[in-house]
Design a protein around this ligand. Structure first.
Ligand SMILES: [Zn+2]
Length: 413
């Protein structure tokens, strides 16, 4: 079964220019057989369909499906520390309802969220989780996934044991071909320098990237500068403070640079509070970013300095984060926020953030590009096309709304 999809505009991504009056030939399992101008694609097809715009399926690079059952956002606006305290209290209440069998099963909520993502054009996620509670539902859904096991531990003496437990749970898990593993360090205020080193070494030894929430909120800088502030209070209250830890007297980014932790393996999530100098440092070391502006606006009201991120050449992808900070799972909405705030970015950079740059960041190389031989999922947008100008096409795609997107994707075997 060979189907020709034609479109006014085809966006192959991966550095290839847009194609006017283009087409994409796919076979029955979704493998791309040809991409090009319609007139060069011949006529040997079993079916032909026409669309406004064609592009690869998109990637939602940072989600926390652990919170998929949440029906309301955890109130925010007064900083990350206050929000985390409320999130932990809400998770505690959920655990009580679980014990009483009064909660929606997590598997059902994860499956529903993944279906909603698929309907919005998503073919892959970066799932960030402290445990494997969401794993089975993701595996059953057929969604491609970088399963990012996020480790937490501020007390230095526990670092080796925390890593060992993570490697044991990985070894005990059967990974289907759609799910790949990597590690994350939760955040500078919750991960000791020793654990950070172990995560970086383990990821490096496997040739993998590792992820971390970084510069999400000013309080982590306060902790690293002076050893005080709301994170110290919190860590003491939950019994996680380390009396042996000495604050480095700089922000975490300068500290990580000195410790040799910044590299192209490092994926920094948020960067909402990073200064221009810090972004220049990250750019110099080849660090990548995942931005989650809806979550930032809810929790702290800060947005990352996207002009500086672009100027420093930091590749960025996008993620909708957890339902505690944003109920939506449509990653196009994240691009929409950035487009509204920065309408004059280099044309195409937000489309890349949704597709090829996200695939590179999550190390899922078969996705994010309409490449011959690949199965990236074909996303059709039922739109009136504004002409071949990339900036206008990008705006039309990002403001399209999920109801005008149709994902042609074979069921995962
Ligand atoms: Zn997150």
């Amino acid at each position: 079964m060979r189907t020709l999809h034609t479109a006014d505009i085809v966006l192959p991504m991966g550095g290839a220019p847009l194609i006017e009056r283009g087409g994409v030939v796919v076979d029955g399992d979704g493998t791309i057989l040809a991409v090009g101008e319609r007139e060069h694609l011949g006529s040997a097809f079993d079916a032909e369909l026409h669309h406004g715009i064609l592009m690869p399926g998109v990637l939602n690079a940072h989600v926390h499906l652990t919170d998929a059952r949440r029906e309301e956002r955890v109130p925010g606006g007064d900083g990350l520390n206050a929000w985390v305290r409320r999130l932990m209290a809400a998770r505690g209440e959920e655990a009580t309802r679980d014990a009483a069998r009064a909660a929606v099963p997590l598997n059902d909520a994860v499956a529903a969220a993944l279906l909603e993502m698929k309907r919005a054009g998503t073919v892959a996620i970066g799932e960030v989780a402290n445990n494997y509670g969401t794993f089975d539902a993701i595996a059953r859904s057929g969604m491609h996934c970088r399963f990012i096991h996020e480790l937490i531990g501020f007390r230095g003496v526990r670092a080796a044991a925390i890593l060992e437990a993570a490697l044991e749970s990985e070894a005990a898990t059967a990974f289907p071909r759609t799910i790949h593993h990597t590690l994350a360090a939760h955040a500078p205020y919750s991960v000791s320098p020793g654990l950070m080193q172990l995560i970086a070494e383990t990821a490096g030894g496997r040739g993998r990237r590792f992820h971390q929430h970084l510069a999400e909120d000013p309080a982590e800088r306060e902790l690293y500068m002076h050893g005080g502030g709301p994170w110290r209070d919190y860590l003491e209250q939950v019994g996680a403070w380390d009396d042996a830890w000495v604050p480095p007297g700089s922000g975490p980014i300068a500290f990580y640079e000195k410790a040799g932790l910044l590299s192209e393996r490092f994926v920094a999530v948020h960067l909402a509070e990073a200064t221009r100098d810090e972004l220049a440092t990250l750019g110099r070391h080849g660090v990548r970013a995942i931005l989650s502006p809806a979550s930032n606006l809810h929790i702290t009201g800060l947005l990352p300095d996207l002009e500086a991120i672009v100027r420093e050449g930091i590749p960025f992808a996008l993620g909708t984060d957890g339902r505690g900070s944003g109920l939506g799972v449509d990653v196009f909405e994240e691009a929409h926020i950035l487009l509204q705030r920065w309408p004059d970015l280099p044309p195409g950079i937000l489309l890349q953030a949704l597709t090829d740059v996200a695939a590179d960041t999550l190390e899922l190389p078969g996705l994010g590009r309409l490449a011959v031989g690949a199965q990236p999922g074909l996303l059709a947008l039922d739109l009136a096309v504004p002409g071949p100008d990339l900036r206008q096409v990008e705006r039309a795609v990002i403001t399209s709304g999920a109801d005008r997107r149709y994902l042609h994707q074979p069921a995962a075997s």
